[in-house]
Design a protein around this ligand. Sequence first.
Ligand code: GN1
Ligand code: MG
Length: 360
Amino acid sequence: MNDLQNIVSHFSIDGTLSDIKPLGTGLINDSYQVTTIEKDKPDYVLQRINHTIFQNVDMLQENIETVTSHIRNKLEERKEEDIDRKVLKFIPAKNGKHYYFDSSNYWRIMIFIPHAKTYETVNPEYSYYAGVAFGGFQSMLADIPVQLGETIPNFHNMEFRLHQLHEATEVNMTGRLSEVQFYINEIEKRTDEMCKAERFYREGKLPKRVCHCDTKVNNMMFDEDGKVLCVIDLDTVMPSFIFSDYGDFLRTAANTGNEDDKDLGKVNFNMDIFKAFTKGYLESAKSFLTQIEIENLPYAAMLFPYMQCVRFLTDYLNGDTYYKIEYPEHNLVRTKAQFKLLQSVEAHVTEMEEYIKDCL
Ligand code: GN1
Ligand code: MG
């Protein structure tokens, strides 16, 4: 038995293990697809939880259990069909916990959703469905009876992310600061505007709600007809501003280039995706959104490329300790691509505002 097989043997899975192979492109956890021999038994997804980043694994798994069982109840009440493909299901470890600790790593297993697809890019039609789905996800979680923990404290707190950047520039651990001064200056010009959500919150004008907080387009499972089955990667589900989910989807889906594109000419903000997603999102979320949340959706579209630019740059200055990288300048390339995206979003603010007004 190899190491991964040994890990799997600590969970009560149904079926005989046939193969384990790497899965997905996440930058944080490691995922594997576990296949079983029997045709009528499910396959599984095995994940090694990155516990340097998610330091409170008990809280993490408890949040996920709360969220998935809440959604499952809603789907059952609505008499939905095919529920096991619409919400994740985790298999407890034989020790009764929702994870297994092998004395250096934390592992968990969930059922692999069959005949579902993930995409790195989507067309306007799929973006519309995604909008409806994320609005629906937030609205299903609106009445969750317990307070969820912050699995990564201050995760989408822009003031805190800038504070981390400032620390990184002061330490200048890798001596990379002089090379990135242009980006530091551009970031500084925008700090007041970009931190306004935190100010509104302190002034009592803006609520926190249960959000997904990692709505990258590749964190959704689509059915063969393009409809969204479910949202995956639930580690970061926690209280946040709705801007998190709206903004991070657009950051990834409405980018005409890649998150780490070296060709900045390819990186632009695609307004057709923006429009389709916004239409879907507002359809399912406008019943609970407040005026200030709706008015600030264009701000959210800017905030996430900006925040990601700050986070990638911070990691570059710190010597690439957070994100997986494929080559030494990877985080700098990502920073530049996110900044280019930000500029493109900024150029569309008036158009975004007008479109949102028309939707209501
Ligand atoms: C990480 O795990 P993954 O790759 O879906 C990150 C997100 C970033 C994203 C950038 C816990 O998401 O916040 O937006 O990379 N997740 C965490 O691609 O930091
Ligand atoms: Mg992911």
